[in-house]
Design a protein around this ligand. Sequence first.
Ligand SMILES: Nc1ncnc2c1ncn2[C@@H]1O[C@H](COP(=O)(O)OP(=O)(O)O)[C@@H](O)[C@H]1O
Ligand SMILES: [Mg+2]
Length: 266
Amino acid sequence: MTTRTAAPPALDVRDVTVRFAGLTALDDVSFTVAPGTVHAVIGPNGAGKSTCFNVLSGLYRPAQGSVRLGDAELTRLAPHRIAALGVARTFQNIVTTQGTVADNLMLGRHVLSRAGFAASALRLPRAAREQREHLARAREIAELTGLGEHFETPVALLSYGDRKRVELARALCLEPRVLLLDEPVAGMNAGERARTAEVVRDVRAELGLSVVLVEHDMGLVMRLADEVTVLDFGRAIAHGTPDEVRRDPEVLRAYLGTGTTGEDAA
Ligand SMILES: Nc1ncnc2c1ncn2[C@@H]1O[C@H](COP(=O)(O)OP(=O)(O)O)[C@@H](O)[C@H]1O
Ligand SMILES: [Mg+2]
């Protein structure tokens, strides 16, 4: 299952600092997401993980530092420009409730081809063909994310785990080269977590994209990530393979009081 297309460019986060009135949420943070890898960003609550995602996706502008995807400078681009360059994200607390799975995935496709829509409105046969192609691709992505049998189902009728994966599938409909997942298994039961982990692994292998994963479930991080960056109070205190970081004394110290980096920590 490794039909890789061209590897995505490296995503390079350099010396990024974000401040909120008096609070430094990210303090000179650097890390590189190597092409085609799963890179986890972990850390205790309030460490700056979501802030980091908000910088990567253009919602926050850092006071200092840069984010580059290959040669493209992303640092001060608007979110839709960053998405157009191939960086798509899911949100930590959003679970879709409206429309069918197909409707939600087609929303992702429409964002992708918005520029073409005005033009295609004047050329109906082509527009109809494009619509069919988008629907076919949305169906493929639904299959890939384990939602194929629910394609026409209203999302409100799906299990929580499936609904959360609709959000992942919608992000994939943007054909990203880098997929940002903010706590993709939050609130899921063990079975749903395992299923989602499998989906992330399949998606990476099939689509050849890079994944940046923010996740509290250490078991999942240890199984999925090629590399891990550990944040604590806005600082990157460790980088390495899952095995390296779980044995790092500073990481263990950061996690004292908020759990452990063992398989069972949530
Ligand atoms: N928009 C904001 N305004 C003010 N403070 C914020 C904002 N977003 C995050 N913070 C603060 O920045 C720190 C990091 O938050 P966050 O990135 O959400 O952490 P994490 O996702 O690791 O739990 C926290 O102290 C949080 O309260
Ligand atoms: Mg968060």
